[in-house]
Design a protein around this ligand. Sequence first.
Ligand SMILES: NC(=O)c1ccc[n+]([C@@H]2O[C@H](COP(=O)([O-])OP(=O)(O)OC[C@H]3O[C@@H](n4cnc5c(N)ncnc54)[C@H](OP(=O)(O)O)[C@@H]3O)[C@@H](O)[C@H]2O)c1
Length: 438
Amino acid sequence: MQNAIRLGIIGLGTVGTGVARILQHGADQVAARAGGPLEIARVVVNDPTKKREVDIDPAVLGTDALEVIRDPDIPIIVELVGCPGGSVEPARTWLLEALRSGKHVVTANKDVVAKHGTELLRTAGEHGGSLYFEAAVAGGIPIIKAISEALVGNRIDMLMGIINGTTNYMLTKMTQEGAAFGDVLREAQARGYAEADPSSDVEGHDAAYKIAILASLAFETEIAVDAVYREGITRITPEDIRNAAELGYVVKLLAIAKRNGEHVEVRVHPTFIPQSHPLAAVNDAFNAVFVHGDAVGELMFYGRGAGMMPTASAVVADIVDAAHNLRRGVRGRHRINGRRTPILPISQSISRYYINTKVVDRPGVLAAITTAFGDNGVSLESVIQKGRGQDPVSLVFVTHEVQEANLTRALARIAQLAEVREVSNVVRVEGETHGRDY
Ligand SMILES: NC(=O)c1ccc[n+]([C@@H]2O[C@H](COP(=O)([O-])OP(=O)(O)OC[C@H]3O[C@@H](n4cnc5c(N)ncnc54)[C@H](OP(=O)(O)O)[C@@H]3O)[C@@H](O)[C@H]2O)c1
């Protein structure tokens, strides 16, 4: 019988508990797949007196992460603390310290990987260790492995994902029940789906971190989180959702990464997608990532993007990989190549748009607006007037593909027309671009 590989697990909260359960209950299966047994040698928590939902020998519990990281008999460190208080420290320092000792390091921490992935991977490369982070994006969906292993024979052109479960739950409720954003947010908070401060989810920050990681891997370049264009869902109204349905679309918060010539586009925003698109059927807190590779064509990965056991499933897969690689003396696959592909400014991106305007119901108003669109190179696919004789009425437009800068110029002129009360919302329309039915 081979010696067990000793694991140091830092964090025994939601995900850590799930990981410990799989490692305990599935020990034989995990050992067979890892090429030998694994042992939870040390577990680091904040409060060792807390009652745990999993059986852990009190003798292995402690509070000093650095002591565990520096233990030469622990070759695999699993970081499951995250960023309490919003700071990447101390997690970043722990991961760097472990990688400097040449260890294999598993983390579920999207913030640290998105912000410091290059530094961590470079350190792993310099010291012979490896970094694994499957659980950092889309929880239980094995999208990191898919991109970096299963799809290596492809040039990936496009990734489009629903990678924030909270906002997908909220938009699903708004769509199915006609409810308003504020009411759905309160319900999501009461059910524990949304944080007391929901901005990370509803403003699109969480999805931006995740798409920065996915785009960096898919396009083999470094995408800084700050370079991701981001809009949240707070401006989406029940009226927009009804209009979307009438036009044949569903509203989703999409994270999108596309190659565009020498540039890449990386953006997070609410999006109208056709009701027939596979992502349109992804409801509630589920996640999905739609990928296009030049050889494989279209793929969609669907599943639970969070939760104890789905996330633990991804972490354990990384632990098994790490143990397997360690026994064979090989390293994990994630590497950096130092490339920095320029990001396309959002003003140069090309999309279709839904535009909702509130106007005075007077002859000539439609002509004035369509002239402003036409003068700026914006051509229209459809126009709907909602209400008659009311003040104001809604004029809803869907454009053909247009560069955003042109649309912005047109909207600035439209907003100044005397008959136009407001341009109440503008939402990108995706899913049928460049003649390919993405
Ligand atoms: N929850 C999910 O569904 C999910 C999904 C995908 C990714 N993730 C990621 O997984 C990671 C863990 O998330 P989680 O939901 O499991 O978090 P959690 O439930 O809040 O657990 C955090 C754990 O870290 C421990 N801890 C906190 N500060 C510490 C410190 N200074 N030193 C040592 N231990 C400390 C806590 O100890 P005590 O137990 O003593 O308080 C707790 O065991 C995060 O990076 C998160 O983003 C989570």
